[in-house]
Design a protein around this ligand. Structure first.
Ligand SMILES: C[S@@+](CC[C@H](N)C(=O)[O-])C[C@H]1O[C@@H](n2cnc3c(N)ncnc32)[C@H](O)[C@@H]1O
Length: 410
């Protein structure tokens, strides 16, 4: 496997390799249904599975958009997915579901009826819009009104859950494609929200129908592996099924203060997973590495229970603490949480079971946080063997930031 080449510490020419990021997924059928910047590339999962033929039962404890589960199911491997975010649980379930011919036919039929109703304003205008803070930064008034009408029709249509889910995926694509949000930067930005001089309703409706056609095409490709998806906290790892896993393939949150809520907010508010900003902060506090809203203020009074004792971590934390107490706590809490996760992982695996963790390092002020080294140390402390750390790609323009594959065996 090309990416599994171990790069020596002296070698600095490791490329950015966009094919190992979410960008690879965008044009790959179901993998491209809803974009999430921290999603990893399906190519990574295929390659790991190809060189580990005995993976029959895969666990992804930080499953996000469900890349691992979908890749496994496409290749006929069973997978269990866990995530703490209920919207991502819904998304992974919908992406990995099996759809009948009738489901697909009904989805297209209902989409056409909705399109006609919105174009002709049948059913009047919709009054509900999601309670997103400063919503007009996201959409102009007219675009918002069209989105609200389409959404109202999707909710009102008499149909089965799989059909409504596919229509909602098409809606998710639409709401992001017609928003002013630009995701070309980690911190996300907004273009100016100016009202168009044209009536954009017909264009939006056509875009919705095009999304539905694309989604139906991808959903018609049947998948054979069984995927179970659970909302669960991977620190405690209470997995409802009693399977024993022979492989863990995952990418946990990175310790870089990137909040999933930031990017997922529009979907989560529209689809009812969030109804006020406090809930977003609460969810981010539960998520490892989260710092959205209330999560940041809680960090300042957070006290470590020293789950993970490491002199190299002490050094990193001390160095960051000279600049920021909150960020020092952030790093310590991230490591404590990940250590809890690794401590509870062993009993879920068969003897000889393999771990594959994709993770990036991070930097706070002048201090580099070698997260990959800490993962290796944690794996060793809790009893895993054959641990290796491989640099797989450069992350962005900052020269010290890379992505790694940390692997081990039970
Ligand atoms: C880097 S993303 C995973 C992306 C995924 N590989 C994909 O391709 O979409 C990390 C995920 O971990 C989840 N997460 C954070 N804290 C968690 C926890 N305590 N338990 C379970 N999942 C958690 C986040 O919600 C996020 O979806």
């Amino acid at each position: 496997m090309e990416y599994l080449r171990v790069y020596s510490r002296q070698m600095t020419v490791v490329k950015q390799r966009a094919e190992l990021t979410f960008k690879e997924n965008i044009k790959k059928g179901r993998h491209g249904w809803v974009r999430l910047t921290p999603a990893y590339s399906v190519k990574l999962v295929y390659e790991i599975l190809e060189s580990n033929h005995n993976c029959r039962n895969v666990l992804d404890p930080f499953s996000g958009t469900g890349t691992t589960g979908l890749a496994c199911a496409e290749l006929g491997t069973n997978a269990t997915l866990l995530d703490i975010n209920p919207f991502l649980i819904w998304l992974a379930e919908v992406k990995t579901a099996r759809y009948s011919y009738v489901d697909l036919l009904q989805t297209t039929r209902h989409a056409n009826v909705i399109a006609e109703a919105v174009k002709t304003k049948k059913g009047g205008s919709a009054s509900w819009t999601p309670p997103i803070h400063k919503i007009h930064r996201w959409w102009s008034s007219k675009r918002l009104a069209t989105l609200a009408e389409i959404y109202q029709h999707i909710c009102g249509v008499e149909t089965t859950e799989p059909v409504r889910n596919l229509l909602l995926i098409a809606f998710c694509r639409l709401l992001i494609d017609w928003s002013n949000a630009a995701f070309n930067h980690q911190s996300m930005s907004f273009k100016n929200s100016e009202e168009s001089l044209f009536d954009e309703t017909k264009m939006m409706v056509s875009a919705f129908l095009a999304n539905v056609a694309r989604i139906v095409r991808a959903a018609s490709k049947q998948i054979c592996g069984k995927v179970s998806v659970y909302e669960s906290d991977s620190r405690t790892l209470n997995v409802p099924d009693s399977a024993e896993y022979d492989c863990v393939i995952t990418s946990p949150p990175y310790s870089n203060r990137m909040s999933y809520i930031r990017e997922l907010r529009p979907y989560m508010y529209w689809l009812g997973y969030l109804s006020e900003s406090r809930e977003a902060g609460e969810l981010d506090w539960k998520a490892i590495g989260g710092t959205w809203g209330i999560a940041t203020s809680r960090l300042s009074s957070w006290r470590s229970r020293d789950e993970f004792q490491s002199s190299s971590l002490d050094q990193v934390v001390r160095s960051v603490a000279t600049r920021s107490h909150v960020l020092a706590n952030y790093i310590r809490k991230y490591m404590d949480d990940m250590y809890l996760h690794f401590s509870n992982l062993g009993p879920l695996l068969v003897d000889g079971g393999r771990l594959f963790y994709i993770v990036g390092n991070s930097k706070f002020y002048d201090t580099l946080v070698p997260v990959e080294e800490f993962y290796a140390e944690m794996m060793q402390k809790v009893g895993f063997v054959d641990i290796s750390v491989q640099k797989i790609r450069k992350r962005n323009s900052k020269k010290e930031l890379y992505e790694y594959l940390v692997s081990a065996r039970k």
